[in-house]
Design a protein around this ligand. Sequence first.
Ligand code: PMT
Length: 390
Amino acid sequence: MRIVVGITGGIAAYKAPELVRLLKKQGHEVRCAATEHALEFVTRTTLETVSQNPLYCDLFASGRTEHISLKDWGEMLVVAPATANIIGKVASGIADDALSTLLLAFSGKPVVMAPAMNCEMWAHPAVQRNIETLKGWGIRMVGPEEGELACGVSGVGRMAEPDQIAAAICSSQQPAVSGQRWLVTAGPTYERIDSVRFIGNYSSGKMGFALAQALADVGAEVELVTGPTALDVSSYQHIKIHRVESAREMYAAATELFPQCQGAILSAAVADYRPAETADHKLKKNGTEGMTLELVQNPDILATLGGMKTDGQTLVGFALETDNEEANAQHKLEKKNLDYIVLNSLRDKGAGFGVDTNKVTILGRDGSRTESPLMSKQDIAKLIVQEVTS
Ligand code: PMT
């Protein structure tokens, strides 16, 4: 992996070169990014020598947007030590130096932090609130440990040892889904009225296809059941695509595939109702009278899979809401026997149907709650996959 090691200004920074050395020994490529204060504790020469790469510490030095190129280069960002200051900055969205700017740019990719500070600082409600915020965004914390601190007192605040941090990085590298088969549903369903008309919705399939690709990228075998979409499927790789049109066809495909799968993420916008009768010709206008269409209910695919689910299978649903969002999503999570539900609200600008971005809250059956900022659907998909498979 290409790993960026971020170093901030705490005494534990003296252990950062050892972490870099261990990561290099494990075969990773490493580049370092440090705050100005970190360089009070560890030198540029040391970091450049152990990483065998130039150090990034000055936002303006190169005159280029290095925080973006480093973000594009890195597959993971590890901040060790992470001071109360950098934790607070990221939680508040502050980007005022090289490392904090890189951290904000790194959204959608895995970030690990190894906090280190005095025990009173660690226990401060502001720090604890910030830690919860970062965890809620999917940032993984390693430590801190309990022990003797540099200030002479004992308590919780000591940075985890470099070998523990390296081991945590190594374990997060092994995707739990590698080799597993996952089912994904995407797109809208079309419910035929006659040979030229249907009841449909605005789903483009972008969210579901991004999920399928994110699962395939971490080694899963993906069965994607999709309603009609205009997406160019040639840009999606290692995904088996099953095309369907109606909710009943999607139901048939999903219920057949699910028993062979370790997990399923149902992001399709399935029509709850279909016309009771379908004409096999084009219905003609009949005088000036209006027309009444009788609708009957479609099967609920997600609830059916919830009923079929066995131990060891993970079932993830979506909830598209416009009001009482979280309460409604929580109700669906329980009623449909899900492990996770991904809530997106049409009240959030840039979220939901058709657009390239989304903003979600992932609620777990175990009470976990992860809220994302507005991100590309690809980055949202990676976050969902990371959340539901770890
Ligand atoms: O395709 P895009 O343009 O990228 O848009 C993405 C999206 C907005 C469609 C997606 O993010 C999303 O929210 N999908 C779920 C839409 C939806 O139908 O939500 P719901 O709250 O009505 O349904 C809840 C869950 O039950 C969903 O997982 C849905 O797939 C499932 N369901 C619903 C009805 C039904 N008959 N069978 C089902 O399986």
